[in-house]
Write a protein that binds this ligand. Structure first.
Ligand SMILES: O=C(O)CCC(=O)CC(=O)O
Length: 266
């Protein structure tokens, strides 16, 4: 269970796959640890050296206090954490695949440090995930009632109803994952999403880019994924059938089928 000093925090990470294979950095969504990628790991680690990590305040990575001015973390800060992890591990360049807020981090990395990003995959994410009023309501609800109170609603956005009904224990486990995220980590990252507008940055991305979305994702719907793909020069959109916001858990085989060939293309 490796931990490493990455910038100002200690980051929990895992690295799997053949040494010498191209590195693939996976960035998680809000309220998840890197275990959210478990169902696709066998496929990904067969072809890539896969680096997963827990975002600031998530999983076993350090949380830092929220700024006294009432603001949260920022996508720039979270992207700096990812770069600090690459630096600490001596990785110069990687494919980057980000899910939701992880996709915002990935967009920021690709736009601001293009030399560090090989191919880019943006999964169930957008350049702008709004509106801010919805985030403010969520943040106020969490401050009032705690993270466990929102977990059932989160499951309703992450997974389709048939999947939830088929896998009650999985739902319980993912609800626990949300509920056990640190309060600072969840709120800090929620505010980072609320305050981010990457539309101008997206237009500057030069990495070959694949945008992926679940056909039933209510959080970052296919229309916003299409807008993101249209904003990034040369980007392509793939829609995963029968999936909501977290296709790596709900449709891992379908996700691997589009991800692996795209990342393997020279
Ligand atoms: O999942 C994310 O990283 C941001 C979008 C979101 O909060 C989806 C959800 O949990 O409802």
């Amino acid at each position: 269970m490796p931990f490493i000093a990455a910038g100002e925090i200690t980051t929990h990470y895992a690295i799997e796959g053949p040494e010498g294979a191209p590195v693939l950095l996976l960035a998680n969504s809000l309220g998840t640890s890197f275990h959210v990628w478990d169902p696709v790991m066998a496929d990904l680690a067969a072809a890539f050296r896969v680096l997963r990590y827990d975002m600031r305040g998530h999983g076993l990575t350090d949380a830092t206090p929220l700024p006294a001015d009432g603001s949260g973390y920022s996508i720039a800060l979270l992207a700096a954490d990812a770069l600090a992890l690459l630096d600490a591990l001596g990785i110069e360049k990687a494919h980057v695949c980000g899910l939701s807020i992880g996709g915002m981090v990935a967009q920021h990395l690709a736009a601001t440090t293009p030399a560090r990003v090989d191919r880019l995959v943006l999964c169930d994410t957008a350049a702008l995930i709004g509106p801010a009023s919805v985030w403010d309501e969520r943040i106020a609800g969490i401050r009032r009632d705690g993270l466990a109170a929102i977990a059932p609603g989160v499951m309703g956005r992450w997974f389709t109803e048939p999947f939830r009904e088929k896998a009650p224990q999985l739902m319980r486990g993912y609800a626990n994952m949300v509920a056990r995220t640190t309060l600072e980590g969840y709120l800090g990252c929620a505010m980072a999403v609320r305050d981010a507008d990457l539309r101008a940055a997206a237009a500057t991305i030069v990495a070959p880019t694949l945008v992926i979305v679940g056909d039933q994702d209510p959080a970052t719907p296919p229309a916003s994924a299409q807008a993101l793909a249209s904003a990034i020069p040369g980007a392509r959109l793939e829609v995963i059938a029968d999936a909501s916001h977290i296709p790596c858990v709900e449709q891992p085989a379908a996700l691997s089928r589009v991800l692996v060939p795209f990342l393997s293309a020279a």
